[in-house]
Design a protein around this ligand. Structure first.
Ligand code: PLP
Length: 363
């Protein structure tokens, strides 16, 4: 690579640290049973209806997909009462995040975000020369006042993850609405709702889509990876004003969502039964874990998503390795600077019990 000059910003960017794969851990530790509770995937296989739609679509994969996801956008528009022109679809929510940052952020822009949150938007912004202004949490909650105080002439975007990854907390609806209204209209409020279908079970969760019409500076992100069980297929979408959406689609280019993913997403949107089962299993698994944590005096944060953040009272690096040796993969909190905390995704009941058994051995 001698002589090829790369973007200087790359020097300060840490690449994505992936969760360990089941195959890797099986091989390294010679284990046959592995439970992966590290990436907030849906523990259920995709719904039979979705699998059928994928099989049907597969017969035509010699032909390019719908270039801009028109059929999927139409379906989304009916589902959420937003026009197709306000919607952008991508190869996973992550691609939508990257395209949005890529469209909005230029060198010197400031991005205000909580210190403990999902790093995607910040990562791309840094790559483009943006400056991340990380606001510490107020115990477990976003410090919304501090975030407002951090606004300067250079602020371009405020990133909010609701429910937040990895804390699982939501912002009470009135507070979030008030916050959005206090942000100057030339600053984008980016609300990442990858865990929407879990969060919305809490009556305090904000129905942010209803705010879109009157607030041009709002962007909402959703994903099919978690609640729809399509993480491996890659499809997500963003909702915003027409002008931004058009430019995001321009930045993304055509054909980024493959044909199988489009067919699956369209079908998944109508599959209420799968969503209900998903959410039910999720809160059952959370309940099992919470009972165990309570009995063992482990501090945890009440979750509105499909994972839980818990203080295991010893370094998460150690707990991560000890659990992995026993066939359970989780996320160590030190990656966010929470040394003694781990993030555990919800699993099937069986997987959840296995995690608890193995954690018991370690504590
Ligand atoms: C999982 C996740 C996403 C996007 O996931 P995709 O699989 O790319 O759709 C976005 N934001 C947060 C906070 C997430 O946890």
């Amino acid at each position: 690579m001698d002589g090829i000059i790369l973007r200087e910003e790359l020097e300060n960017i840490r690449g994505y640290i992936p969760g360990r794969s089941i195959e890797e851990v099986q091989e390294e530790y010679g284990l046959s049973d592995i439970v992966k509770l590290a990436s907030n995937e849906n523990p259920m296989p995709p719904s039979p209806k979705v699998l059928e739609a994928i099989q049907k679509a597969a017969l035509d994969i010699n032909i390019y997909p719908d270039a801009l996801g028109d059929a999927l956008r139409k379906k989304l528009s009916e589902k959420y009462g937003v026009e197709s022109e306000n919607i952008v679809v991508g190869n996973g929510g992550m691609e939508v995040i990257l395209a949005m940052a890529g469209t909005i952020i230029t060198k010197g822009d400031e991005i205000i975000m909580p210190a403990t949150t999902f790093p995607g938007f910040g990562f791309k912004s840094s790559l483009l020369g943006g400056k991340l202004v990380k606001v510490p949490l107020n115990k477990y909650d976003f410090d919304l006042d501090k975030m407002l105080e951090s606004i300067t002439e250079k602020t371009k975007v405020i990133y909010i993850c609701n429910p937040n990854n990895p804390t699982g907390k939501i912002i009470p609806k009135n507070k979030l609405k008030e916050f959005i209204d206090k942000v100057p209209k030339n600053i984008v409020v980016f609300i990442d709702e990858a865990y929407y279908y879990y969060g919305v079970k809490n009556s305090e969760y904000l129905d942010s889509v209803r705010l879109l019409k009157d607030r041009e500076n709002l962007i909402i992100l959703r994903s099919f990876s978690k609640s729809s069980g399509l993480a491996g297929l890659r499809v997500g979408f963003g909702l915003t004003n027409k002008k931004l959406a058009e430019n995001f689609r321009k930045a993304l280019g055509p054909f980024t969502v493959n044909k199988l993913a489009q067919a699956a997403a369209i079908t998944a949107l109508d599959d209420e039964e799968y969503l209900e089962k998903t959410v039910e299993l999720n809160y059952k698994s959370l309940g099992i874990m919470e009972d165990f944590f309570k009995k063992n005096n482990l501090e945890y944060i009440e979750s509105n998503a499909n994972f839980i953040f818990v203080n295991v009272k010893q370094h998460s690096k150690i707990v991560f390795h000890e659990l992995m040796k026993r066939g359970v993969i989780i996320r160590p909190g030190f990656q966010w600077g929470w040394d003694n905390w781990i993030r555990v995704s919800t699993g099937t009941e069986e997987e959840t019990h296995m995690f608890i058994e193995k954690l018991k051995e370690i504590l």
